[in-house]
Design a protein around this ligand. Structure first.
Ligand code: C2O
Ligand code: CU
Length: 500
């Protein structure tokens, strides 16, 4: 029976499958992997067709000093943090010139977009890094409407100010709303307490066996002990951030959205953080989740939404009359990001430390509550291939990896997982660690089984397994990794590659 043999393969996949792939990778000529600039990639782009309409953007990565409510932070950014929103229609072409005015390599990755592989921005897998002083022209069709974002894919640059929203409009938008607000959440330390590279060094030194001390909530250098969350199944995060930003603004200088009472507003919420999940809620308002990672879901009413790093949710709210707090609780970290929604000029602004019942409500929006809308659901089909992936490692030795090995950026195809164009692929991802991870696959939007939402980034709790299916319709070499940038950079990364 097909399903029985698939299940068996799934169970054996971790050890036997991994060995088989290594053998193939080292004996077979490299040409059997579809190359990022190969013919199958060009053919796939040709099949996308597109509208022919072109939107251009220039992103200059450069040093910038931010004023964060009186604290100055020397960081790197694309002119501002966040960068101006890039907006275009589904099927349009984005031409983005990235100029590197930093003194180190960089790149730009277009998170969540099913784009041509050679434009995915992942050195050394899909391109050479953009060197200091150099430029790179990205050009690709954006096939699917939704809420996306962009950030570098070099080192731990994600934890600086180099990010922005990429909004792909649906020319036949079925959702009715009066206004829209793009909300980017971020955990911030760059130029205030440390640089991300210093944090990585500190974490990489390892915590050793902290013996019992993890019961204590405290800061040690740039690490945070005892940050725990039931929603995240234990350890919530390990990096101490002095600030949490919403659209680049800290709690003491909040960003404000101005609207009209009764208006239905579409919130496009993006977690650009590096080590923080946010629980977002609006005082006095319920939220209707309409999209997960860009794709429509059957609408669900909630009081708050849990958003891991790299995830996006769209939700609508119907504005009340007054001034209301939007709070992005840094889950488990006893701190928050804060913004204001105002519909009455005279209303007193809420205090930044206001407590709202929505944040303690049990109606928390997570992917588990969601089902793909019929427009987004995959066709029903048995998988042609199953790949088991284990998330491994831990804090003590800071040896985060996949299937027990740390990703080697210099040999990215060692231990790569093989798929073929046209297959329905099932990924079974098991979290073998003591901490939650936001797992992210490039170039594809999978569907949670059974009948769950379409997503490209998913929270996986400790000791839990997530099963997702996707159609292998975008040839190339795609990385999959934890979107905790410190975990990804230390080794919780792998490649899922097409063979031809
Ligand atoms: Cu947000 Cu590898 O990506
Ligand atoms: Cu992780």
């Amino acid at each position: 029976m097909l399903s029985a043999s698939l299940t068996r393969r799934g169970f054996l996949g971790v050890s036997v499958g991994a060995l088989a792939t290594v053998a193939l990778a080292s004996c077979a000529p490299a040409a059997t992997w579809v190359q990022p600039d190969g013919t199958p990639v060009k053919d796939a782009e040709r099949r996308r067709g597109g509208t022919g309409k072109v939107t251009t953007a220039t992103l200059a990565a450069a040093p910038l000093v931010l004023d964060l409510a009186g604290k100055t932070a020397a960081t790197w950014a694309f002119g501002s943090t966040p960068a101006p929103v890039i907006r275009l229609g589904a099927g349009d072409t984005l031409q983005a010139t990235v100029r590197n005015q930093l003194d180190t390599d960089t790149s730009v990755h277009w998170h969540g977009i099913a784009l041509r592989n050679d434009m995915d921005g992942v050195p050394p897998v899909t391109q050479e890094p953009v060197g200091a002083g150099a430029a790179f022209d990205y050009e690709f069709i954006v096939p699917d409407p939704g809420t996306y974002w962009f950030h570098p894919h070099v080192g731990v640059q994600l934890d600086r100010g180099l990010y922005g929203a990429l909004i792909v409009e649906d020319p036949n938008e079925p959702l009715a709303y009066d206004d829209e607000w793009v909300i980017i959440l971020d955990d911030w330390l760059d130029g205030v307490t440390a640089t991300p590279d210093q944090v990585l060094e500190e974490l990489s030194a390892g915590m050793g066996d902290m013996g019992g001390m993890d019961d204590m909530f405290m800061r040690m250098g740039n690490t945070l002990m005892g940050a725990t969350s039931d929603l995240l199944g234990g350890d919530a995060g390990d990096v101490y951030y002095p600030l949490y930003l919403i659209n680049g603004k800290p709690v003491d200088d909040p960003t404000q959205f101005t609207g009209k009472p009764g208006d239905r507003v579409r919130l496009r919420i993006i977690n650009a953080g590096s080590d923080t999940a946010f629980r977002l809620a609006v005082g006095g308002h319920g939220l209707t989740i309409t999209h997960s990672d860009g794709f429509p879901v059957t609408p669900v009413e909630v009081d708050s939404i849990l958003i891991g790093m790299g995830e996006r949710y769209d939700a609508t709210i119907t504005l009340g009359d007054g001034a209301f707090p939007l709070i992005a609780q840094a889950e488990g970290k006893r701190a928050r990001g804060f913004a204001v929604i105002r519909t009455a000029a005279a209303a007193t602004a809420p205090a930044a430390d206001v407590s709202i019942p929505e944040l303690s409500s049990s109606r928390v929006g997570t992917a588990q509550l969601l089902a793909a809308d019929s427009r987004a659901a995959l066709s029903s089909r048995q998988p042609d291939r199953s790949i088991a992936i284990a998330l491994t490692g831990g804090m003590a030795d800071y040896d985060w990896g996949i299937d027990g090995r740390r990703f080697d950026m210099t040999q990215p195809l060692d231990a790569a997982h093989e798929i073929r164009e046209g297959e329905r692929v099932r990924l079974t991802i098991t979290n073998d660690t003591e901490m939650w991870h936001p797992f992210h696959l490039h170039g594809h939007t999978y569907q949670h089984q059974d009948d769950g939402p379409r997503k490209d980034t998913s929270i996986i709790l400790p000791k839990q397994t997530l099963t997702v299916d996707f159609d292998a319709d975008n040839p190339g070499l795609w990385i999959a990794h934890c979107h905790n940038i410190y975990h990804a950079e230390t080794g919780m990364t792998t490649v899922i590659g097409y063979r031809s």
